[in-house]
Design a protein around this ligand. Structure first.
Ligand SMILES: Cc1cc2nc3c(=O)[nH]c(=O)nc-3n(C[C@H](O)[C@H](O)[C@H](O)COP(=O)(O)O)c2cc1C
Length: 468
């Protein structure tokens, strides 16, 4: 968003108006107020023909009042620092939330993605609090709050979403071949409960379309980093790599009709890993039949081995291949969790995302008629369930594997609870869908407050604090 241009415009307008009225006043030996009055009222007193049409008294008052307001507003805005102005812009986005709420959930989501893709969202200019900075997998995160998969399924709005101030964003899930997903309606808002049920079923434009988009966006991201204003050349676009600012995860899915899941994920790795700061194997969506069985001990072990081999066979520069993570469901038994932890430790998995949506319907949603819709439940009612799985997994992996806590985060305190339970990074989707951009700075500042309140000097210090 053009914060400074707007400020300059308003500031410039005020300066020009004041300067010209002072000039006129000086010429006529009058004060600024008198000069303004002369300008906007009849000049019949001078005996010359007026260039401005004669307005009735009411019109003159209205014009004067409007002009006064514009001048006063412009003068005030021009004295405000960039951080305050940025805060206003983020707060102002709350005004459009009721409008989005009126639209059908999928139409509202489409509109939000398109707006972010066009840069019609505020751009975070304020620095994150130093207490929020951390390094994971040798990559610097300016804060641990990320956007979960499913919001930008086709990597349409990477730049706009990162500009909102997320520490990282995850695109996808992306399937090898484009597919429509389940018939609409397939997203349901349980507004009262701060929840969503979805049965999207991996609607995806496919890995080729997403690779093209990330290739082009990467060119831009790279140029932005070297602060060049030159348009991207063909070389820039084709080059690939992970040089852009902001951390980008790519979440891989499988096609509904595919019999060979491993081959689907491997295709995703071959085509998309060059653009990813980290890769995710999603074996936990409840909306693709049979997918969740891939979380079984043997199935997961075979799958991860094949995907790691495919990734490691590719040519990588100094930075090495992107870390590989697995995203798991919250609907797993103790034995399932033990199996996943054993595989993760044995195969040196780089991380786990805990969790995806649940097929359970906690008491909190039972009174909502939409609770009977088939699909995965996300948002506030998922918080406790996903947190208990997170805690369990932190213990089972003895804190050795970075965990991303996801499920029901809607405040800085929620994010803090996930970190204390064992998460190094956190992600959200549903609360962002309801709260919009203003929620991001709010969560970050609340989280920084929680860390400082309890005497932690960094996020890393607080990870797993509940287990000590
Ligand atoms: C409409 C919708 C679509 C989603 N699509 C995906 C997806 O494609 N891949 C994935 O791994 N998770 C997907 N998710 C799950 C989220 O990434 C996240 O794990 C889950 O919503 C819990 O977080 P939350 O409570 O903050 O929303 C989707 C969630 C929603 C609400």
């Amino acid at each position: 968003m053009a914060v400074m241009p707007l400020k300059r415009l308003l500031g410039g307008f005020v300066q020009r108006t004041v300067a010209s009225s002072q000039h006129a006043a000086a010429n006529r030996g009058m004060g600024t107020g008198g000069a303004l009055a002369r300008r906007f009222c009849s000049s019949s007193a001078t005996g010359k023909a007026s260039k401005i049409p004669h307005l009735p008294k009411k019109g003159r008052l209205l014009t004067g009042a409007t002009l006064g307001l514009v001048i006063a507003g412009g003068a005030y805005v021009s004295t405000v620092d960039e951080a305050t102005f940025c805060g206003w812009l983020f707060d102002a986005t709350k005004l459009v939330n009721p409008f989005f709420a009126l639209l059908d959930p999928e139409a509202s989501h489409r509109l939000a993605v398109s707006a972010a893709a066009r840069g019609w969202v505020p751009r975070e200019k304020r620095h994150d609090a130093p207490v929020l900075e951390l390094e994971v997998w040798g990559r610097k995160f300016s804060n641990p709050v990320g956007l979960a998969a499913g919001f930008d399924k086709n990597a349409e709005a990477v730049e706009g979403l990162l500009a909102l101030g997320f520490g990282f964003i995850e695109v996808g899930s992306v399937t090898p071949v484009p597919q429509e997903g389940n018939p609409k309606p397939r997203i349901f808002r349980l507004r009262q409960e701060g929840a969503i049920i979805n049965r999207c079923g991996f609607n995806s434009e496919g890995i080729v379309a997403v690779a093209k988009r990330l290739g082009a966006q990467h060119g831009k991201r790279k140029l932005a980093e070297t602060s060049s204003t030159a348009p991207p050349t063909n070389d820039d676009v084709k080059q690939g790599g992970k040089a852009g600012p902001g951390i980008l995860g790519v979440n891989l899915g499988k096609n509904k009709e595919s019999e060979d899941a491993a081959s689907d994920y491997v295709q995703g790795v071959h085509t998309l890993s060059q653009y990813a700061d980290y890769l995710v194997i999603n074996v936990s969506s409840p909306n693709t039949p049979g997918l969740r069985t891939l979380q079984g001990r043997k199935q997961l072990k075979d799958l991860v081995k094949k995907i790691q081999a495919a990734r490691d066979e590719m040519q990588w520069g100094e930075e090495g291949p992107p870390p590989l993570l697995v995203k798991i469901a919250p609907d797993l038994s103790k034995e399932d969790l033990e199996d996943i932890a054993a595989v993760a430790v044995a195969l040196r998995l780089d991380g786990l995302i805990i969790s995806n949506t649940t097929i359970q319907r906690p008491d909190a949603v039972m009174n909502d008629p939409l609770a009977k819709e088939t699909g995965g439940l996300s948002g506030k009612p998922l918080f406790d369930l996903s947190n208990s799985i997170l805690k369990e997994m932190y213990i089972l992996t003895r804190g050795k594997i970075p965990l991303i806590g996801c499920g029901g985060i809607s405040s800085g305190e929620d994010a803090y609870k996930k970190i204390r339970a064992g998460a190094t990074l956190v992600q959200l989707y549903t609360a962002f869908a309801y709260g919009g951009p203003a929620l991001i700075p709010q969560i970050k500042s609340e989280l920084a407050g929680c860390l400082e309140r309890d005497g932690f000097k960094s996020v890393i210090e607080a990870v797993g604090a509940d287990h000590r």
